[in-house]
Design a protein around this ligand. Structure first.
Ligand SMILES: NC(=O)C1=CN([C@@H]2O[C@H](COP(=O)(O)OP(=O)(O)OC[C@H]3O[C@@H](n4cnc5c(N)ncnc54)[C@H](O)[C@@H]3O)[C@@H](O)[C@H]2O)C=CC1
Ligand SMILES: [Mg+2]
Length: 290
């Protein structure tokens, strides 16, 4: 019932009762591309492609920053042709966003083995020379990218990695097939749909009101400290995960948890980092000092 009302309301709006915002039309356009393979294929014709090699994005250096080159479908086809591959490889690309003018953006990895061939990795250094750029590990490049580029590349890397690691149905063992946008994979033998997944992680700044607690893992570089982070266990809500992680990692009990901000974090796998503030329970501040 509520879904039906929602659809009717949308129609009423799109028939011209109210002008839709740019953000709304963009969100609906992206939704259409995810649901409709034909529309997504059409969008590739006028779209822009970001290229990766084994999950490292192609970047170009400009002074102290990195620029992220984009290529048209024709340019990508001609590159593939030059390296002896056909345009079918473009079906491995994933939709990562669009401009306000609805130019669709895709990401394609030239280094991962394509679903269409077992020997399909393109030679990295030759492609770099051809495209006048370098495939640089994303983690090393983030501080030299602007925030829009880094967010797009985070999404792209996470999606490309997910597809690379989910090529088979975990129930039937059969190869799964991605839709054109790359927003899902389907097992043709039993129609199970697999969607890209993110693991929720809470990262909590614990304080006693005036001081805050930072910690370090043994794997951190020397001198690096961070707020306390941990994966949510299945069945937990955010508050329970914060309380448990803080207890596990530093032996404190916290209360007054507050959500602060969130961010997608693609390393080493896709996480949704949920940042929170929490205060230690009264009587535990001495522990905080030790
Ligand atoms: N931005 C930042 O400042 C920081 C970010 N992080 C990120 O937060 C995430 C979680 O932090 P950790 O302290 O490592 O988590 P954690 O404290 O939950 O410990 C990691 C352990 O949790 C288990 N685990 C449970 N679910 C898991 C899953 N979905 N994926 C992987 N391991 C899982 C594994 O046994 C793993 O060894 C990491 O991805 C890390 O990159 C961590 C610290 C600082
Ligand atoms: Mg942790």
């Amino acid at each position: 019932m509520s879904l039906y009302c929602g659809i009717a309301y949308r129609r009423k709006i799109s028939q011209g009762y109210r002008l839709l915002s740019t953000y709304v039309t963009k969100a609906r356009y992206l939704f259409e591309l995810k649901e409709d393979d034909g529309a997504c294929k059409k969008a590739q014709q006028a779209g822009a492609f970001y290229l990766f090699h084994s999950l490292a994005p192609l970047l170009q250096t400009a002074e102290h920053r990195y620029l992220v080159p984009r290529f048209s479908l024709l340019e990508v086809e001609s590159l593939l042709h030059k390296f002896g591959q056909d345009a079918q490889r473009i079906e491995d690309s994933v939709l990562i966003g669009c401009s306000e003018q609805h130019e669709a953006w895709f990401a394609l990895d030239l280094g991962l083995n394509s679903s269409f061939s077992t020997h399909a990795s393109l030679p990295k250094s030759e492609v770099e020379t051809e495209l006048q750029g370098s495939f640089i590990e994303l983690r090393k490049a983030i501080f030299q990218l602007n925030s829009m580029d880094s967010s797009l590349l985070f999404t792209a890397q996470a999606l490309l990695r997910w597809h690379d690691g989910h090529q088979f149905c975990s129930k039937s063992g059969q190869p799964t097939r991605k839709n054109i946008a790359g927003s899902k994979r389907v097992c043709p033998s039993n129609n199970i749909i697999y969607y890209p997944q993110m693991a929720p992680v809470v990262i909590t700044l614990v304080s006693d009101g005036t001081r805050c607690l930072l910690a370090r893992q043994s794997s951190f570089p020397k001198g690096m400290y961070s707020a306390l982070a941990g994966f949510c266990d299945i069945g937990e809500n955010m508050e329970e995960a914060v309380r448990r992680e803080v207890a596990e990692e530093v032996g404190l009990e916290v209360e007054n948890m507050q959500f602060s901000a969130s961010q997608h974090w693609p390393f080493p796998n896709s996480s949704l980092m949920i940042a929170c503030h929490a205060t230690v329970k009264p009587g535990q501040t001495e522990t905080l000092l030790s």
